[in-house]
Design a protein around this ligand. Structure first.
Ligand SMILES: [Zn+2]
Length: 353
């Protein structure tokens, strides 16, 4: 007997009513998202202790998300004398990607399956990761040079609920870098122009447009209930407000800043350094000139905004590691990135004890 079975072959075997025991070794919350009808559920950690309740002479197909846990369960069962144990090759990810029938809250519709096919093929995303993205709520403070690429790519990736907060109107001098907007949008509130642009890209995304300036008093009301906060402003007051909200509400936050040819990105997760650990106080007047004062190359906020979007996706999907307690700097002239260690300040006014 071979070690594995392909999703299509398993589907055909089930259609032929071959006597098979489908053993799903994922966790209960994963099964709730999507499962093949009729599976026996035994989480991987319990396989050894619960094997005696299974018929060792039966023919088993073991299922997990992509195949790794199923192979461990296969080894465990074989060691216990089960002779006919195969693994579903590619797990539920392969099953769902092939469009085979399943039950659960994350079983993709035809539109979702097609739209997100290329990213769901990544085992780190899969249909279950896509369901997480579609359920996620992300607040982006600032609909400018950083906010435009952030909103465009997060919407395209299927981050289901985006709150965009900005008080400004689209101006002609924004358009060399704020690529979400067109010439016809000049004079419109940025949050409304952003909402229209996102609807053209992906009408399945819910956009909450908040035409307001973020400050200490409205932070909790506007930012609580989100899974990730993003600072995409050029205002120190707003950045400190996002940072304090991240510390107070225990929500991860991704910070970005640009100036002329350079930019930086920092992610705060609970326990890591926060923005105030890096800059305990805002620079004095004139010490941190804005883009309006000193200019910025249009591609720089594009690149930095997309680095922030990648941080958001990492936090939502769990792949790789976020830029926590690290400051990533980018220089467009030399095309160099540097990741500087950023220790947490125990005496920090925002995140310290
Ligand atoms: Zn801090």
């Amino acid at each position: 007997m071979s070690d594995t079975v392909l999703a299509g072959d398993l589907h055909a075997a089930l259609a032929n009513e071959e006597p098979l025991v489908l053993l799903d070794v994922r966790e209960a919350d994963e099964l709730a998202l999507a499962q093949i009808e009729g599976v026996v559920h035994v989480p991987l950690a319990d396989v050894a202790t619960r094997a005696s309740s299974l018929d060792s002479s039966a023919s088993f197909v073991v299922i997990c998300a992509v195949g790794g846990r199923a192979r461990k369960a296969q080894t465990t069962l074989r060691d216990l004398g089960f002779s006919r144990v195969r693994v579903l090759e590619g797990g539920m990810t392969a099953w769902l990607s092939a469009g085979l029938p399943a039950i659960g809250s994350a079983v993709p519709s035809a539109d979702v399956a097609a739209r997100y096919d290329r990213q769901m093929r990544l085992p780190e995303v899969g249909p279950e990761g896509q369901a997480k993205l579609l359920a996620a709520k992300v607040a982006i403070v600032g609909g400018g040079g950083l906010g435009c690429p952030l909103l465009l790519y997060l919407a395209a990736a299927g981050v289901g609920h985006l709150t965009v907060i900005d008080f400004d109107h689209v101006a002609l001098h924004n358009l060399h870098r704020q690529v979400l907007y067109g010439t016809a949008d000049v004079g419109r509130p940025k949050v409304l122009a952003a909402k229209d642009a996102i609807a053209r890209t992906n009408p399945g995304i819910e956009v909450t447009a908040v035409e307001a300036r973020l400050h200490e008093e409205n932070t909790r009301e506007l930012l609580s209930g989100h899974h990730v906060l993003v600072d995409a402003t050029d205002s120190f007051a707003a950045r400190y407000a996002v940072n304090r909200a991240s510390c107070m509400l225990s929500i991860p936050a991704v910070f970005g800043a640009v100036s002329r040819f350079s930019g930086e990105v920092l992610t705060r997760v609970p326990g890591s350094a926060c923005y105030a650990c890096l800059h305990p106080t805002a620079p004095g007047p004139g010490l941190a000139p804005t883009c309006a004062e000193e200019g910025v190359l249009g591609v720089v906020p594009g690149i930095v905004g997309l680095l922030q979007a990648n941080e958001v996706l990492k936090l939502l999907l769990g792949y790789g590691a976020p830029l926590a307690s690290k400051l990533l700097t980018f220089d467009a002239r030399s095309t160099t990135f540097r990741a500087l260690a950023l220790p947490r300040d125990p005496a920090c006014a925002a995140c310290g004890s």
